[in-house]
Design a binder for this molecule. Structure first.
Ligand code: ADP
Ligand code: MG
Length: 212
């Protein structure tokens, strides 16, 4: 590590992903009220609380039993989210991380490119589980461009996710609770796309802090 993000052979181990998810937990904790506010406009006002509970449990589990490989970090985190978060976002984020972890396999060190590929598989699984596509005003509007951006750099992933989340504002929701509102869902940023942007902002922050 520490050779710069333009070095394509740069690798990271389990610890990097543990620190990423700890950063996510911190950011979600700080932004919980905002996520809940967004969900109160077009949902049921629980998105902040859902993710706060979920990622706190993830952090605790990873601290108590640190997995040995990057893949195991993601599968453990995904399983924890599914069992802790009741709302739609728990199984969806859980599936994202579990499927990505499975794709990373048993390797002790992986590259950003492998992570992008693995998260790509995770995003496909989220789309399959929830039946949503880009443009339906869901977390996929941030996740899909984020994973695409991750093929270039951590920075690009964070920026693309943020842009995707902002782009949900003028859309009408076609999936999830917000879709019950029909046209009244227009003009509000999707809570799940917003939390997905937090995930990738935290990844970019962690990579920058560690010189990955
Ligand atoms: P719930 O909707 O059960 O209250 P949350 O409030 O935690 O769950 O999460 C809501 C978010 O989940 C939405 O903003 C949206 O981004 C995401 N979501 C809901 N349904 C789907 C789906 N079918 N596919 C992808 N994302 C979805
Ligand atoms: Mg909700």
């Amino acid at each position: 590590m520490g050779m710069g993000s333009d070095d394509v052979t740069e690798t990271f181990g389990a610890g990097f992903l543990v620190r990423w998810l700890a950063a996510v937990a911190e950011d979600v904790d700080r932004e919980a009220d905002r996520l809940t506010e967004l969900d109160s406009a077009i949902g049921d006002a629980d998105h902040g609380a859902n993710l706060k509970r979920g990622f706190a449990a993830v952090t605790e589990t990873l601290a108590n039993e640190p997995p040995a490989t990057p893949g195991a970090v993601l599968t453990t985190a995904g399983r924890q989210l599914i069992s802790t978060v009741g709302g739609a976002s728990g199984p969806l984020y859980g599936t994202l991380l579990r499927r990505a972890g499975k794709a990373l396999g048993e390797d002790g060190e992986v590259t950003r490119e492998r992570l992008a590929e693995a998260l790509g598989a995770g995003v496909a699984a989220v789309s399959q589980l929830g039946g949503a596509q880009v443009g339906d005003k869901t977390m996929l509007d941030a996740l899909v461009p984020a994973v695409e951006g991750l093929r270039s750099s951590y920075e690009e992933a964070g920026a693309a996710a943020e842009k995707g989340a902002l782009a949900t504002v003028p859309l009408q929701a076609r999936k999830g609770r917000a879709s019950y509102l029909g046209e009244r869902s227009i003009g509000h940023q999707d809570p799940g796309a917003t939390s997905s942007a937090l995930l990738f902002a935290a990844l970019a922050d962690t990579a920058r802090a560690e010189g990955v």
